[in-house]
Write a protein that binds this ligand. Sequence first.
Ligand SMILES: Cc1ncc(COP(=O)(O)O)c(C=O)c1O
Length: 361
Amino acid sequence: MPRPIEACIHSAALTHNLSRARDMAPDARLWAVVKANAYGHGLERVYEALRAADGFALLDLDEAQRLRHLGWRGPILLLEGVFEPRDLELCSRLGLWHVVHCEAQIDWLAAHKTHQPHRVFLKMNSGMNRLGFTPTAFRGAWARLNVLPQVDEISLVTHFSDADGPRGVDHQVATFEAATRDLPGERSLSNSAAILRHPGLRTDWVRAGILSYGSAPDHPEHDAAHWGLQPAMTLRSRLIGIQQLEPGDTVGYGSRFTAERAMRIGIVACGYADGYPRHAGTGTPVLVEGVRCGTVGRVSMDMLAVDLSPVPAAGLGSVVTLWGQGPAGSLLAIDEVAQAAGTIGYELMCAIAPRVPVVTD
Ligand SMILES: Cc1ncc(COP(=O)(O)O)c(C=O)c1O
């Protein structure tokens, strides 16, 4: 028998979450952002559930090819554009739309031989300072693209740095609007946090990433339930050992936990080599048979320990939910586990290890 750990991808949750994005941005077209192998869920596993989107946005040409093999004929957008000139050949062949964020990408396009003009998304750096043309350089870049026979349609895109927090998006929207006021073309502004927290922005395309997977982009201010999102990934395992501790007994490497009273702990077949965060300290929430418990001691490579006090009936083989959907309608938000480990839900879902078997329902 294999180790009892598995991840489960919930198609119904993906569909539901995407429809939440539609509800929040009813007038915009919707990119399902599926970079990083659909945020760790697996492109092939999410495809059917997310194909209700108007397009897929991603980074890797390999992922774009996989989508075409799955039969997707609609728009695919390369969010970082091409990485070298010959990538443009595949864009022509597969009909990929691509972001243009720097002069070199325009040079490559100008030298590209194609009978198939490309749709491009010209990216403005409106304050994130990651990719894109500055507002002053933007118009010049647009003019260069506009005269290229290789370019069919130019859309305009920017990305928010603070849509999930108190600084918000107004300063970037103002910069973007001022620099693009008289430019034609469709706009794409909002990521998940902007879709949920700043509805009503003038944007023809929204880019729904994390919300599709059921994690709140602005946790802990709001949780997934607040936004009506459902977890699309469950990580579950079982108890493979039980220990009865006496006061003074310690647990795990470095003896980081000392029992103050007699207590039962369960040993779960899940460790950092499965993608569970090693920095999740004592007290990180875990469901045992759907009952909320807390971890004790350090997470090791293949195991972690749980205080079974809240669930005395638990024993060998009991079902443990590390995050996601537990038995009898119980839920444990990935964002809570991430918070306990000092990270975000994005990182945990992307980090599920290859050794973890994945099923879908
Ligand atoms: C350019 C761009 N658009 C959209 C997204 C989706 O963001 P989120 O997952 O927060 O919705 C990302 C993710 O990092 C991105 O880089």
